[in-house]
Ligand binder design. Structure first.
Ligand code: GDP
Ligand code: MN
Length: 392
């Protein structure tokens, strides 16, 4: 989960990283009031989860409250790389002397964490890394050992930061480390890390990505979730404990095991190429123990997607054998019927692996209208793509 700048700065403040105070507002009048309460020039900053806001005109200096109102009017509603600005951050302007770049992230290829510092901050850091890599100092960190003061100072030295700033940089960077490790972040980035005219180092911008797999350790992070950007179907699936991701196509996909579902998405996309561009509508992994209830929950979620025109159930029987899954499908259709939800789209079922023949028998005997059995994954994908297109 990516955080907004103002949320990242809340975490900075919590862990002792110097940053400016700020108020998040949604109207120009509120921006006027916020600027009045600070009584100094302010910066109005678009709150969108994308970089380059400055370049796009989403960051503006305002000398007084009237200007704050005017600049907020310009920024609110603006489109920045496809993100509509609904909130702005009003923050006292700092007198910037120099702009640096600092970050800590997960380096998957090295299986380590990576700490970086560059004195060439404020600009697009990818460009610095590509054109003048010598200006980007890097230190690899052992994920099992907390960052030390000495490592932070090494980083400052390598980047060429003036000696007089080493101590305050190390203090600030240890704070970023606490944000990274204690909040279970995958990325903590500050650009610019500003040297202020009075000699302080301050995080003027913040980007934090929280590891969703660690969210169970941070119930307080629920407050960061962006109701406007969470898909309602994904939310419902999540409440039911299903691993569901909404996609754009018209073929609902249900399978057991993440790997199988991923390859099912591929074969459906491929089959769709010869059927008018049919595409998967979702990822849904019902996992190992596919009970009737789980199958019913899954079917219910997939069928409530208005884009879905046909559903592909692709199961490879293992510990949960195909006959159990077939019974699950039959019961799921009955459960839905009881709830007044008729099967309104065709289901193509492919069963393979443990007790596949038994499972197919169960489905044949149940003889549910709209349910078709296909023996191989490729032919099933082809059939479901064809059905989805016919219905479109
Ligand atoms: P980004 O463009 O999305 O990365 O947004 P930033 O928060 O990094 O802001 C872009 C630029 O606005 C910074 O690089 C600064 O040059 C400028 N800026 C941001 N805050 C201040 C401030 O308090 N004072 C001044 N003078 N400039 C600022
Ligand atoms: Mn920035």
């Amino acid at each position: 989960m990516d955080l907004y700048e103002y949320q990242a700065k809340e975490l900075f403040a919590k862990h002792g990283v110097p940053t400016q105070p700020g108020k998040v507002v949604t109207t120009a009048d509120e921006a006027f009031n916020a600027a009045t309460s600070y009584g100094v020039p302010v910066v109005i900053k678009a709150q969108v989860k994308t970089g380059g806001r400055g370049k796009a005109g989403g960051v503006k200096l305002a000398q007084n409250p009237a200007e704050a109102r005017e600049k907020s009017e310009q920024i609110l509603g603006m489109d920045i790389k496809g993100h509509t600005v609904l909130k702005v951050l009003v923050t006292p302007a700092e007198d910037i002397k120099e702009e640096y770049y600092a970050s800590i992230l997960v380096d998957r290829s090295q299986r380590k964490y990576l700490a970086m510092l560059s004195l060439a901050g404020g600009v697009d850091i990818e460009e610095v890394a590509a054109k003048t890599p010598e200006k980007l100092a890097k230190v690899l960190l052992d994920p099992l050992t907390p960052l030390s003061q000495q490592q932070a100072i090494d980083l400052a030295q390598r980047a060429g930061l003036s000696d007089s700033l080493h101590q305050s940089f190390a203090d600030l960077f240890l704070g970023l480390w606490r944000v990274f490790s204690e909040e279970d972040a995958l990325l903590v980035e500050v650009n610019p890390l500003a040297l202020i005219a009075d000699g302080r180092l301050v995080a003027l911008d913040g980007k934090v990505t929280i590891d969703d797999n660690a969210l169970f350790r941070h119930p307080e992070d629920a407050a960061f979730a962006d109701a406007a950007t969470v898909d309602p179907l994904e939310e419902r699936a999540h409440e039911k404990g299903l691993h569901y991701v909404k996609l754009d196509g018209d073929v609902g996909v249900i399978g057991n095991g993440a790997g199988l579902v991923m390859s099912t998405l591929d074969v459906v996309s491929y089959a769709g190429e010869s059927h008018g561009g049919a595409k998967p509508a979702n990822f849904l992994d019902i996992g190992g123990g596919a009970s009737a209830q789980v199958m019913a929950d899954g079917l219910e979620i997939v069928l409530s997607d208005p884009q879905v025109k046909a559903v592909f159930i692709n199961v490879f029987g293992g510990i949960t054998a195909c006959d159990a899954v077939a019974n699950g499908i039959v019961e799921a259709v009955n459960l839905l019927k009881v709830q007044g939800k008729e099967l309104k789209h065709p289901l193509v079922v492919r069963l393979d692996g443990n007790n596949a023949e038994l499972g197919r028998d169960i489905l044949r005997k149940a003889n549910i209208p709209g349910v078709e059995l296909v023996d191989t994954m490729d032919s099933a994908a082809d059939r479901v793509a064809e059905l989805a297109r016919k219905a479109a």
